[in-house]
Design a protein around this ligand. Sequence first.
Ligand SMILES: Nc1nc2c(ncn2[C@@H]2O[C@H](COP(=O)(O)OP(=O)(O)OP(=O)(O)O)[C@@H](O)[C@H]2O)c(=O)[nH]1
Ligand SMILES: [Mg+2]
Length: 459
Amino acid sequence: MRHNIHLGVTGLRQTGKTVFLTSLIYQLSELGSKGLAHFEPSGVTLRAASIEHSRDPNKERFPYMGFLKGLREKPPRWPAPTNRESGLVLRFFYENHGARGKVDKVRNWVGLGKAQGSIALHLHDYPGEYLLDAGMHDMTFEEWSSETMDRMANYCPDEAAEYRKTVEEAGNRAAANMFRSLRTAYARYAQAARRQGLEFIQPAMTLISWNERCDSSDQLPEPTEEELPFVPLPSSPDSEDESDSEIEQLRKQLTASFDKHKKRRVKPFLKRIRKCNNQLVLVDVLRVLQNGKHAYNDTRQCIAEILKAYHTAWKPFGGINRALFAATKADHATKNSRSNMSKLLDALVTKAKGQLKGGIRTPESEWFTSIRVTKDAKERDGEQREVLNGTEKGRSEGPLNYLCGKVPPEWPNDEDWVFGNPAYVFTEFEPTQLPTIDGSLWPHVNLDRVIWKILEGCF
Ligand SMILES: Nc1nc2c(ncn2[C@@H]2O[C@H](COP(=O)(O)OP(=O)(O)OP(=O)(O)O)[C@@H](O)[C@H]2O)c(=O)[nH]1
Ligand SMILES: [Mg+2]
């Protein structure tokens, strides 16, 4: 049997997509199924994979060797945030010694031996921000403006009021001046939303470089027209004498930029990701827990929107046919509370699962870490308490012990669950240097379960 899996690794920014792909490529190309405990009882073995270029001209080659080198350096480093699309294909053979289907029994009985086959696993990496614009594809500029202004008022009321005031005061100023003031006011809102850990800030595809500039500067940088080609406008008045006003000129310009963004950026990207028949949705549950209830609502909405965009591509014999949700970076939580991550994930993605129609079975939720960088330890401070031992991200001293928040079995349901609540602080860690000898095992938690769930349908 030959199988073709187009794996869509979906996740908001910094959820661990690139690290997962790097770890997956290393495991399958260097080790096959060796060391993957979840494969052993099944009787399935994977041979080491060969790495091939993706044939898609829109994708660069996934820079696997560069990421591998970075993780093996002293000190090791995580891959940089992704800023362009890339991909590659892993090809490998499998043998299924435990096959139990009727055809396999007959094969064994007539002496044809064990079930075997080949798998081509197509991988695609892209900036998480790209997904945030996916829902725009079937919206008009008016619809987008109205939704965006509602979201602004809901999460950042002060900045939203300031933005509305800027629109009202714009009066009959030249369209170019008006647009510049609105970009500045929108940037203030975007910064306030970022500070609360919110993700849903559009147009996310073009704001990537502005976000980078924000991260490296103490002052709020002015977004350029390329970074922010359109901003929302309240709906236009009905009176005809307004139609030639400067604000209506600006509305025409913004509508044209919005349509151009959909045509040139959003739709081609959606076309590429809709080739995926297998979905792995990665969620940083701990970051949501740390950022509070607004981030919870925001993430819940984002994931549902993203899957809706995938689903509109569903065809009777195409589209997504398998999906798995997984909570990443489990080694940032203490040992005894880690397994609660999948309970939280289940609740967070209920809405998103509703978007996965089309006959696929209800997706499961896993928790895992692609590369484990912390050790579990205990510390005595009056009583014994669980801590994590590792080197904190951005620091050079360590490894040290860190007391981290505990993952509760249910999402908090109180007013105090806001960004900065000390009960839910989770430290981010630097990687530990990975073995420099090819074929050595890499430290992970439950990566074997995730790989099994991706490939299971082939066996
Ligand atoms: N401990 C641990 N940290 C991880 C792991 N995966 C990701 N991280 C952390 O999360 C950060 C982001 O990981 P990436 O894989 O670059 O995330 P991404 O989803 O590709 O991000 P974008 O490209 O910006 O969309 C890393 O720099 C690490 O700090 C993991 O398996 N273990
Ligand atoms: Mg990435």
